[in-house]
Design a binder for this molecule. Structure first.
Ligand code: NG6
Ligand code: CA
Length: 510
């Protein structure tokens, strides 16, 4: 009797202990949820908290006011595919052939065996998702996808439990969402065919049938298949009910992101939320038309901000805001005319998409790769901090692995280092150097004081985009403590050039 009583008390004590521990785990779950909000072509000067005056971005302002805003944060490249490749794998894209701007029918660029940031989170017990723009290929081989069947190589192989993505960009076919490796809302009455080589017999194109372009016309390029009254890059036929409507892309991906958060509110989750905004064709929903005096480009920024607000609202409602680490950034710098006649140039006014920086998307100059970056994690970081630390997206993998106490497999993420303290505002230095990749694969290296751009072939101007590339056959050295990239000082400081060339050579030969 006595012993039973003791046993009974012991058991109930034990049970209370377990319940208590479970509760604690729920309320004090140590490792936070992680959301990467990855905008497309959003520039250093495109947000109010970075000085924009002609567009309002209240939801991003909130993240900056409650978190850390970085002034020296970098994407690894000035275009999408290499930036995303590097960010998700922790390996510089310039080490790997076939990582330049991908066609919509490219095969999967990140091979299934490669360790990704999603693998890391999955192994750490997180639910994982990729939602929005993908642009890293799908299926086993370029051009050989059967879009009417499950794709053999998709994001499930890369550590993402759930995915709802656009295969490439909004201006590239196929114009359908892919959910867990299958076309979403697949329409069996309209089988999908895709080619980047030739048109399908009898199908109209933007070049031959401009009268069919009822939503937007190209300013250059983008004159192949017509979907939703907008001509694109590449040819496609079919799709039917599965074809997206450009005005609903932000709504679709935001809704799927919210659903993912809601259905995983009880466990830690990692979500890569990659918006289509503000890439071309810019075609925001009617609700955002006229939100800025800058026309569709400004309205697309407002739409991006709205999507951020919807996510925040969901986290607030679920009580998850406090322990969710949000990193908001962009894949590369901005460009104003990227090939559609959306009046972005005419309506720009005195808005400066790159803020004070020279160059744009595609460039070796800072405008190509220095991007907005904001970190929000109320539980751990100081409010309204501005950090000048030198940081790069290549380090997200190793830094977030440190956060989750993950050990990375040998040989994985070779270029990613743990700069968690810099990303959380606890270290104001960050990296000793950052490497930036331009469209022509020229590399630059930035230190706190200097920027070196290696010599490369290529025109100094992309005339259609009106973009200064920063390409030159001469080595370029700029003093970053003063005027930015204005006066080439390479001849004045040969020893600095030598040192920075050494950093590049060291990274290349690693
Ligand atoms: C360019 C496209 C541009 C954009 C870019 C990729 C033309 C004329 N230009 O080739 O519109 O799609 O590729 O942008 O086709 S990125 O942000 O995805 O890298
Ligand atoms: Ca981009």
């Amino acid at each position: 009797m006595k012993s039973t009583l003791i046993l009974g008390i012991g058991a109930s004590f034990l049970a209370t202990g377990i319940i208590h521990a479970q509760k604690q785990q729920q309320t004090q779950q140590k490792t936070p949820n992680v959301i990467l909000i990855y905008a497309d072509d959003l520039g250093y000067g495109d947000l109010e908290c970075y000085g924009a005056k002609r567009v309002q971005t209240p939801n991003v302002n909130r993240l900056a006011n409650e978190g850390i805003r970085f002034t020296n944060a970098y994407a690894t490249a000035s275009t999408s595919t290499p930036s995303r490749y590097s960010m998700l794998t922790g390996e510089y894209a310039w080490r790997v052939p076939g990582t330049d701007i991908a066609a919509g029918n490219a095969g999967m660029i990140i091979r299934p065996e490669r360790y990704t940031i999603a693998d890391m989170f999955k192994n750490a017990g997180y639910a994982t998702a990729a939602i929005g723009k993908w642009h890293l290929g799908l299926g086993d081989k370029t051009g050989e996808q059967d879009w009417n069947a499950p794709l053999p190589t998709a994001l499930g192989d890369l550590g993402f439990d759930y995915s709802y993505i656009m295969a490439a960009t909004a201006d590239r076919v196929p114009c359908v969402f892919i959910e867990n490796g299958k076309v979403a809302n697949y329409d069996p009455s309209a089988p999908i065919e895709v080619s980047y080589e030739k048109n399908f017999a009898g199908e109209p194109t933007g070049r031959d049938n401009p009268e069919l372009l009822y939503n937007q016309k190209p300013s250059f390029g983008h004159d192949m298949s017509i979907v939703n009254g907008i001509s694109r890059i590449g040819f496609m036929r079919g799709g039917g009910k599965a074809l997206w409507k450009d005005e609903n892309i932000a709504d679709s991906i935001t809704t799927h992101a919210i659903d993912f958060v809601r259905s995983n509110k009880g466990k830690p989750f990692f979500m890569y939320f990659a918006t289509n905004d503000v890439h071309v064709p810019r075609f925001p929903h009617d609700r955002f038309r006229g939100k800025s005096p800058m026309g569709l480009r400004g309205d697309a920024i407002a739409q991006f901000d709205w999507a951020v607000g919807q996510l925040m609202k969901t986290l607030d409602e679920l009580g998850l805001t406090e322990n969710t680490l949000i990193i908001l950034s962009s894949d590369n710098g901005p460009v104003v005319d990227d090939g559609y006649a959306d009046r972005a140039v005419e309506l720009l006014g005195d808005h400066k998409p790159t803020g004070p920086l020279r160059g744009n998307k595609y460039s070796a100059f800072e405008g190509g790769t220095r991007i907005p970056a904001i970190v929000h994690w109320p539980k751990e970081i100081k409010k309204a901090t501005v950090s000048d630390a030198l940081v790069c997206q290549i380090d997200w993998l190793a830094s977030l692995a440190a956060l989750t106490n993950s050990r990375l497999p040998k040989g994985s993420a070779p270029d990613s280092y743990d700069y968690l303290n810099a990303w959380l505002g606890k270290d104001n230095e960050g990296r000793p150097w950052v490497i930036e990749q331009a469209l022509n694969r020229a590399l630059s290296v930035r230190t706190k004081d200097w920027k070196y751009i290696e010599p490369s072939a290529g025109a100094p101007l992309m005339p259609r985009e009106n973009v200064e590339t920063g390409y030159s056959r001469d080595p370029q050295l700029y003093d970053m403590t003063k005027e930015g990239e204005q006066n080439n000082q390479a001849l004045l400081h040969p020893q600095v050039v030598y040192k920075l060339q050494g950093i590049l050579a060291g990274a290349r030969n690693k």
